[in-house]
Design a protein around this ligand. Structure first.
Ligand SMILES: [Fe+2]
Length: 321
């Protein structure tokens, strides 16, 4: 069986970036030379991305996992996401050890005017040298719970913890970036920030909530099943542009087929049928569903729209063991 499904192409929204009001001012700088230049840069990166993909197990293990005997692995493969529980003792130990970093992150955010806060200000890397106990505790839990085995089977290679990031989202910053957050926990432009990640492989990632998360405190949101919709070509086009970060005029100068991006949510109309579908599929994962989220970041996701309070969580990325 081929994967993603060969008959389904371009199922994610394809906004016409050239028609967006934020992009209009760049249209006049598009010359034939700019088109040639941007195409050259795109294909260079595209070729590198594909070469990397072919050097990995690719997406075939995910296709196999769709019919795996293991229930959890099968559910992850079919839905693109699973939620489970972190043992209380592990969580309490991790929070206690990370207390100084949580303090530094919070002080850093509060010390900066709201309108100057960037995405990187809301994150701190958890260094293994500084917090060895955190890595040991997580590694033991990943082994004991079978989650590491599940993620490894899904990726098609033995994985280990690659990196760990602490992230804090608050209501003030959310309001600045996304406008007033509704009672349903949605931003003013409902599809805002919907994206897939630029990582080509492995595409599996873990989030761990450290505080109680409900609809008001910025739950992670995932459009269930979207990780299998696009073709490999579509994934590679979108991921190439996400990694390449062409200046806007050069991105707009690309032929339409290659002018697609991993971040599309801010550019689609809420009435777009594909946006309606993505919103309908979206699962806002609350603590009552689980505090550990394992997901395929090829699926459409977003999160951190805080209406009141805050969200404190860890993001765990895998590397090959
Ligand atoms: Fe992401």
């Amino acid at each position: 069986m081929l994967f993603p499904h060969p008959a389904v192409n371009y199922m994610l929204p394809m906004p016409d970036y050239s028609q967006h009001r934020k992009m209009a001012k760049y249209l006049s700088s598009i010359t034939p030379e700019v088109r040639a230049e941007s195409l050259g840069k795109f294909f260079h990166a595209f070729q590198r991305g594909y070469a990397y993909y072919y050097a990995t197990p690719g997406y075939a293990p995910k296709a196999e996992a769709l019919n795996a005997e293991d229930r959890n692995l099968r559910a992850l493969a079919r839905r693109g996401i699973s939620a489970s529980r972190l043992p209380e003792a592990v969580k309490a130990g991790v929070i206690a050890e990370l207390a100084p970093l949580i303090e530094e992150l919070s002080a850093g955010i509060e010390g900066k005017p709201v309108n100057e806060r960037k995405f990187k200000d809301l994150n701190r890397q958890v260094e293994p040298e500084r917090f060895p106990g955190v890595f040991e505790a997580f590694q033991r839990w990943l082994d004991d719970s079978g989650i590491q085995g599940m993620c490894s089977a899904y990726a098609g290679a033995r994985l280990k913890i690659g990196s760990l990031f602490l992230q804090k989202n608050d209501a003030e910053t959310s309001r600045l970036h996304y406008g007033e957050i509704s009672e349903e926990g949605l931003p003013t432009v409902p599809a805002s920030y919907m994206h897939i990640d630029s990582a080509i492989w492995p595409t599996v990632k873990i989030l761990i909530y450290l505080n109680e998360i409900d609809i008001d405190t910025g739950p992670f949101r995932f459009s269930v099943g979207t990780h299998v919709l696009p073709s490999l070509l579509e994934f590679m086009v979108r991921k190439t542009n996400d990694g390449l970060k062409l200046p806007p005029a050069e991105f707009l100068a690309l032929p339409e087929e290659f002018r697609q991006h991993a971040l599309f949510g801010d550019f689609i109309d809420a009435a777009d049928p594909l946006a309606v579908d993505l919103l309908a599929r979206e699962w806002a994962v609350q603590s009552s569903d689980g505090d550990v989220i394992c997901f395929d970041n090829n699926g459409v996701h977003r999160g951190g729209f805080v209406r009141q309070g805050h969200r404190l969580m860890l993001q765990m990325n895998f590397a090959v063991a």
